[in-house]
Structures are given as C-alpha cells and as structure tokens.
Design a protein around this ligand. Structure first.
Ligand code: SF4
Length: 395
C-alpha cells in the first residue's frame, strides 16, 4: 500500500506523544513484552475516542475498494465474511463475484444443490464453510427474513462470534466489535499486550478493548477499519508505522515492542506426508475419483486417483511434483501418468480393477468417472486434484 502524505494539521496532531498510563505503577514500560499485568500500557479514556475518530477518517481515505464493501445487504455481507475466513481478500474476490452472480439472493442459494455450491467453492478450501452456508441459507429462506440481532445471527450454522458481530455491525449497524486476526494484531500492539492471542480470554479482552474504542458511531465502518489497518498497515512483519493513523497512540510503538507482538500460540511441528497421484487419460477425458460421503475430509469432492485406487494400473512417466499444506500437514505429491490395463479402454465406465472380487465386508471401491476438462468447473474438484491436473497441463 502506498504511504499517505499527511497534511501539516494532521502531522501536528499525530506528533504529540500519547499520555501513556501504566496501570497501578506510574512507570514507563521496559522494552520487553514480558510485562506483569501491572505494567501494561493502555490507552487513556481520551485516547479511546481519538482512536475511533482517527481510524474512521483514515478508513474513509485509504480503504481498498472490495466488492462486499459496496453493500450493506446482510446476505452479501454474510457470504463475504464466510469466504474471508481463512482466505485473503484478493483471493476471495473472484469467488465472491461468481457466487453472487449464480446465487444473487439467499432464496436462490437455498434452492441450490450441494454439489453445485461446492463446485463454486472449489479452490477456496475449508468446504464445511460452504455446506454450512447452504444449510443456513435454507433456514433463512424458510424463515422468510434474515435475522437482525446478534444472537439470532450467531445461531445460524457456521456462524461464530466474530462472524455474527461482523454481520450485525456492517449490515445492521449494531455496536458489536468484530476482531479477525489482523485486528487482533492491531489491538495487541496498541495496548502493548503480551498475552497469547490463542487464548480465549485474551481474545475476549481484546474484543472488549475494541468495543470501548468503537463508540456508537459507525460500528460497521469501525470494525472494517480496524481489520483494514491490520491487513494493509499494521503488518505482521515490518509494519508501516509511519503511515499509521494510530502511531501516536500506539503503546507498542512507544515501548519499542512492535516486532514482538502479537504473542501467538506455539505452532504444531509440521508433519510431512508423501503421496502419489495418477493421470489416466482416454482421449480428451481424465479419470477422477470421488471421495466417499463418509470421508472425514473432502467428502463428495473429485480428485485424481492414487495408485491404491487403481492397483492394477500400469504406472508410466513421472509428470512432476507439487506441495500442498493443510494446517500443519505438509504434503508432497508426485504425479505419474498411468494406463488402465484391464478396465474400460473400450468405452464403458471405469471400475477399479479388482472390484469384482471385493470381499463382502471389505472396503468400498472408489467411485471413478471420466471427465472432459470442460466439465471441471461444474463439479466439486478439490485443490489437490486441481494442482495435479495443472501440473499435467490439463484444464
Ligand atoms: S503504530 Fe505501527 S504497530 Fe502501532 S498500530 Fe500502527 S502500524 Fe501497528
């Protein structure tokens, strides 16, 4: 983001250092974040209203033009908030636009089949979000009206406290502070708070701080401004403090602890997993396998088959390798071209080799089907499958 030129007036206002108050101690904090509670720096009451004013003025000038910011329609705000969980704004934009073009109203979404919704969500990951969105849309459509208060919004499938607060404030102007990860970082730094942001009580304390700063004016804009500041200025590494509207009020900036905040929970050690995928072709078509309904992950999604799915396939040349991460799991997939040796080269639907002699109580054979690349957009195709197909130059 380009840094902003401050007017002389604003510069004078921001150049005044905050009157930092240190609860219970009356001393300036050291440059360490390992502070006891009595040494926490927090904004004085005067600064609380100033935070809101400066933040809102900055947001009006600097905010990015994102499609979901052009509306306060609760359905659109809700879809955007669900998409933005675990997904960056830039990535979410084309998905949001496609989704709203196909399902312009909550009724249109409610009438859709799950497979079509998952197909439009394909590539965004965390597919339980899409399934819950559909369940909630059906509930809203049956009720005939979108819920208008925080508790009723919170009761919808897939809507947690953060999402309910975001919808309540942006769509209905209700004064509920909503803090995503970006906003948490801003609060930790403004407050110079070294508590672990993975802890529920820390998140609640930060939310309460933001709630105090918010005031009654423009709660939706305030929430978006705090998140926007975290996304574009108060960056995890090398924050652009000189372009920050809250620089003069930021306790971490004054204490020299910005780089140490926020304090995050210790990450799980990465688990490395190797796998293989097969590209089996018949003319223009490619063989895909469907994850069974009872699968813990990616149920109902199509992907490339593994050698285990086609035990009698003849494995050919190595196409390449790609990586994929899910939480702390680091996958490396090697993709091979392969040929079916006994199955349906003659044109009938493929079946996994050996399926005819499955024991009665043995594992179910995978569902396999030929697809032309032109159909990929209409089916739920998981990211791993997409990456493998892209590596092979298909689709
Ligand atoms: S001054 Fe720097 S650390 Fe403090 S809120 Fe602004 S960008 Fe973040």
């Amino acid at each position: 983001m380009a840094s902003r030129r401050l007017t002389p007036q604003t510069r004078r206002r921001l150049s005044a250092r905050p009157e930092l108050s240190i609860a219970g101690c009356g001393r300036r904090p050291p440059k360490s974040v390992n502070l006891p509670d009595c040494l926490r720096v927090s904004a004085s009451p005067r600064h609380k209203s100033l935070i809101s004013r400066l933040l809102l003025a900055w947001y009006r000038r600097e905010r990015r033009d994102l499609p979901w910011r052009r509306t306060s329609d609760p359905y659109r705000v809700w879809v955007s908030e669900i998409m933005l969980q675990q997904t960056r704004a830039r990535t979410a934009i084309p998905y949001f636009e496609r989704f709203l073009e196909r399902f312009p109203t909550v009724e249109a979404l409610a009438a859709a089949g799950e497979e079509e919704v998952l197909a439009l969500w394909s590539g965004l990951g965390y597919y339980s979000r899409a399934r819950n969105l559909l369940r909630a849309a059906r509930r809203v459509a049956a009720a005939g009206v979108f819920p208008r208060d925080y508790e009723s919004i919170r009761a919808l499938p897939g809507v947690g406290g953060y999402t309910a607060a975001a919808i309540a404030s942006i769509a209905f102007g209700l004064p509920r502070a909503a803090l995503d990860g970006n906003a948490m970082r801003v609060v930790a730094r403004i407050e110079n708070d070294p508590a672990d942001i993975g802890a529920a009580r820390t998140r609640e304390r930060f939310r309460a701080a933001a709630q105090e700063w918010m005031g009654a004016r423009s709660p939706g804009a305030f929430n978006q401004a705090l998140m926007e500041l975290g996304a574009t200025v108060c960056l995890p590494k090398n924050p652009l403090c000189q372009a920050c509207p809250l620089e003069s009020l930021c306790a971490a900036r004054a204490a020299g602890t910005v780089a140490d905040l926020p304090v995050k929970p210790r990450k799980k050690a990465p688990v490395r997993i190797a796998g293989a995928l097969l590209i089996v072709r018949k003319g223009e078509s490619v063989l895909l396998r469907k994850e069974e309904k009872a699968a813990a992950r990616m149920a109902g999604f199509w992907s490339l088959p593994s050698p285990g799915d086609l035990p009698e396939a003849r494995i050919g040349a190595r196409v390449g390798e790609f990586r994929h991460s899910i939480t702390h799991h680091r996958y490396t997939f090697t993709v091979y071209s392969a040929q079916l040796v006994r199955s349906s080269q003659s044109g009938s639907e493929p079946r996994p080799l050996g399926s005819g002699c499955q024991p009665a109580l043995g594992p179910r054979p995978p569902e396999l089907q030929w697809f032309e690349p032109a159909r990929f957009a209409a089916i739920p195709l998981g990211t791993i499958g997409r990456k493998g197909l892209r590596l092979a130059g298909i689709g």
